[in-house]
Design a protein around this ligand. Structure first.
Ligand code: RFL
Length: 402
């Protein structure tokens, strides 16, 4: 950039520059705002896009408690629905786990992620929070010093620079936070070798439970989202594209795998959203690089098999807000030093359980002999889950815990 171009770059500052307005960025933004910390949120998408992005729905009790604790739970309290039963459908019949009666006796709250994002945004803006839509962070530089700089570009092509004392990268797995890490950053990554066709159907739920179908044709899942929207998953080939199936084929496959003939028909309706999700996981270690901190999917990507991603994002955002507040308002930096370690303990626990779920729900791949052996292990795992109270308590604690 020449000097005259540099002069035309809009420059601004905030104590904390937050990248991304997903659950992580907006919980963090709200908590900083409440604590009187000067912050700004830079978001690549427009407001309408944020309101329309349907993703997660199952929130664990810890997430509800965080939102409640900070006055962010009004929508969740009014429109969220409690949910505490899952049903497995297998070759050996079906069984239900009422996890409200197991483990710690806790349950999920079903509340669509885009509604949560809309709530967080409206509280943030009502409190005077600064947010810049249509502003894509390109890079973070100077994170090894006291005033990191975020280089950004607006939708209409204008370059911007934001100087902060800290940068919180909450901009997901493809964001600028990850792209700006030093070469010594460690990324533990695994591809689980499984793809799902993720579907949103404009149809009421077909079961009064989360449905997990373990079928020779592949996994199928059923999760209520609201009275008239249901999320379904269909395991699909790795090279599949979202449009490979007609709506009729999708419903036929879902019915077959969820064994509708035996257990009752599915309530069909138009498929309003579809996309292929590759089940991958990764964890960045550490989550801090000088004055740059990672949270949410930017810190660790987790496969949706155990519905933990948005919940981890909220947990990390609260820990980061506490640590940044201690540093900026009270001059205590110890919590910032502990942030990475504290989050990683939760992240790895969630990764392990999510990995266990993947192994439970999908036929193993690989050479025939090994795959057969693994398949027997999987059946044994299902049997233990069906018959052992100890195993069920362990499942429940991990399923709704974080
Ligand atoms: P998000 O939600 O991706 O938000 C990141 C934001 O950053 C913006 N952004 C940028 N902004 C500025 N500059 C850049 N360079 C930027 N790059 C990106 C994006 O526009 C976006 O607004 O990340 P965050 O906040 O970390 O939250 C993570 C969760 O969204 C994610 O983990 C969950 O959706 C995962 N997940 C689920 N998690 C649950 O806890 N329970 C569930 O039931 C659940 N179901 C799911 C899921 C994820 C799914 N997909 C799409 C993989 C179901 C599915 C199908």
């Amino acid at each position: 950039m020449t000097e005259s171009q540099y002069d035309r770059v809009a420059r601004d500052s905030a104590d904390v520059v937050v990248l991304g307005a997903g659950p992580a960025g907006l919980v963090l933004g709200n908590l900083l705002l409440r604590a009187g910390i000067d912050c700004v949120v830079l978001e690549r998408a427009g407001r309408e896009q944020l309101h329309a992005r349907a993703r997660a729905g199952f929130l664990v009790p810890h997430t509800a408690r965080v939102l409640e604790r900070h006055g962010l739970a009004e929508g969740l309290r009014k429109r969220g629905r409690e949910h505490g039963v899952c049903e497995f459908r297998t070759d050996d019949g079906r069984f239900r786990l009422d996890y409200r009666q197991l483990g710690r006796g806790e349950q999920h709250t079903v509340y669509p992620q885009h509604d949560l994002v809309a709530d967080l945004l409206s509280v943030y803006e009502a409190g005077g929070g600064r947010i810049r839509f249509g502003t894509e962070a390109r890079a973070v530089s100077g994170a090894d010093g006291p005033s990191p700089i975020v280089t950004a570009r607006t939708d209409d092509g204008r370059p911007e620079q934001w100087r902060g004392r800290y940068v919180a990268a909450c901009d997901g797995r493809h964001g600028a936070g990850r792209r700006s890490l030093p070469p010594n950053a460690v990324r533990h990554h695994t591809d689980h070798g499984v793809s799902w066709l993720g579907l949103l159907a404009q149809a009421p739920p077909s079961l009064d439970a989360v449905g997990y179908a373990v079928h020779p044709d592949g996994f199928a899942g059923h999760m209520a989202r609201s009275a008239d929207i249901t999320r379904y998953y269909l395991q699909c080939p790795a090279d599949a594209t979202a449009d490979d199936w007609s709506e009729e084929q999708i419903w036929d496959q879902l019915s077959r795998r969820l064994r509708a003939d035996e257990y009752g028909p599915l309530r069909r309706g138009p498929i309003v959203q579809r996309g292929v999700v590759r089940l991958e996981s990764d964890v960045l270690e550490p989550l801090r690089y000088g004055s740059l901190f990672l949270a949410g999917d930017a810190a660790a990507l987790i496969s949706p098999s155990a519905a933990k991603g948005a919940n981890l994002a909220v947990l990390e955002a609260e820990l980061l807000a506490q640590a940044l507040t201690a540093a900026l308002a009270h001059g205590e930096a110890a919590e910032l030093d502990r942030y990475s370690e504290r989050c990683l303990a939760h992240i790895w626990r969630a990764q392990e359980f999510s990995h266990w779920m993947i192994q439970l729900l999908h036929a193993p791949q690989g050479p025939a002999g090994t795959a057969q052996f693994q398949d027997r292990l999987r059946r044994s795992r299902l049997y233990a889950l069906r018959s052992s109270r100890t195993q069920q308590d362990w499942f429940a604690e991990n399923y709704v815990g974080i």
